[in-house]
Design a protein around this ligand. Structure first.
Ligand code: PBG
Length: 334
């Protein structure tokens, strides 16, 4: 008797499971839903403002009133949280970035207004000085050097101001050493012990942040680059050490940034620590998909959902993304 060898072609045909939609849905190993998104929002002073960001088609700088409207829509779409970023005019910037500490700054006013109108949406605040400094760096600068410990002291105050304004997640994106522990202590001393910290733990010095700098008004002002504090794209063991330190200092969750070019880091971080792990699909990743779609070079919706799914497959619990609203709508309409 000539028996077919099982587990081998032709008895085994991998295409069998892929042959219809119902079957593909049954065996899908990863899923994507609006619960996976922290939608990124850029704020601007004024009222009724909805100003396009040239390098990010579909993204607008929103005044607080408009951001409140967006928050309602996001909640209705099932998006759990928003990440807010402020645009600042060159004239409003200072060497020390003092506006970061103003409890009535754009970020804090937006948080209070959104929390009042939509109390059940999570709000995440970036902690770093780059939207406020006239040199565009994330920290204080002396003689061309970004100061570590002096910067951390200021970041703690910025974090407390943001937490007191109603932000639920404080996300230090500055890459100074020791800032997570200092911010945790500062938050606890201010009575904000329930405010979370999501550490931008493995943040690389990346060209993919280009469009963001235009979005927040840093593009023209940034002097030099951020390579003395952000990570070298060549490194991966170093990312694990950064994550280990931030978790030891009290981070509730960690982030890898950028996303698509760093999926190996996401996978390693999740595997090594099993901590809540997020990935930031940054401005340049958004811009690439949008630009190609606008030219008819790829299907924008499919590319968007494929990239977002890839983050989940690599091990991310969620994604900070400018596509949040659009992706939620696309998922809703099937
Ligand atoms: C600043 C900050 C950056 C981003 C988030 N927070 C830019 C940078 O580090 O230069 C990038 C976001 C994006 O590109 O979408 N600390």
């Amino acid at each position: 008797m000539n028996k077919l060898p099982l587990g081998r072609f032709p008895a085994l045909r991998m295409r069998r499971m892929r042959s219809s939609d119902w079957s593909r849905r049954l065996v899908a190993e990863t899923s994507l839903s609006p619960n996976d998104f922290i939608h990124a929002v850029v704020l601007k002073e004024g009222t009724g403002v909805r100003e396009p960001v040239d390098a990010m088609p579909g993204v607008h700088r929103l005044s607080v009133d408009r951001a409140v409207e967006l928050a309602m829509e996001a909640r209705d779409l099932g998006i759990p949280a928003l990440a807010l970023f402020p645009y600042t005019d060159a004239e409003a910037r200072t060497p020390g970035g003092e506006e970061a500490l103003n409890p009535d700054n754009l970020m804090c006013r937006a948080a209070r207004a959104i929390k009042q109108a939509v109390p059940d949406i999570g709000l995440m605040a970036d902690v770093a000085l780059d939207p406020y400094t006239d040199h565009g760096h994330d920290g204080l600068m002396r003689d061309g050097v970004i100061l570590n410990d002096e910067t951390v002291e200021v970041l703690v105050k910025q974090a407390v101001a943001e937490a007191e304004a109603g932000f639920d997640i404080i996300a230090p994106s500055d890459m100074m050493d020791g800032r997570v522990g200092a911010i945790r202590q500062g938050l606890d001393e201010a009575g904000c012990e329930n405010v979370q910290i999501m550490a931008y733990a493995a943040k690389y010095a990346s060209a993919f942040y280009g469009p963001y700098r235009e979005a927040i008004g840093s593009a023209g002002v940034l002097k030099g680059d951020k390579r003395t504090y952000q990570m070298d794209p060549a490194n991966t063991d170093e990312a694990l050490r950064e994550v280990a330190l931030d978790l030891a200092e009290g981070a509730d969750s960690v982030m890898v940034k950028p996303g698509l070019a760093y999926l190996d880091i996401v996978a390693r971080v999740k595997e090594a620590f099993g901590a809540p792990t997020f990935v930031f699909q940054v401005s340049g990743e958004y811009a690439m998909i949008k630009a190609a779609a606008q030219n008819g070079w790829l299907d924008g919706d499919r590319a968007m959902l494929e990239a977002l799914m890839a983050f989940k497959r690599a091990g991310a619990n969620g994604v900070i993304t400018y596509f949040g609203m659009e992706a939620a709508k696309a998922l809703q309409s099937g």
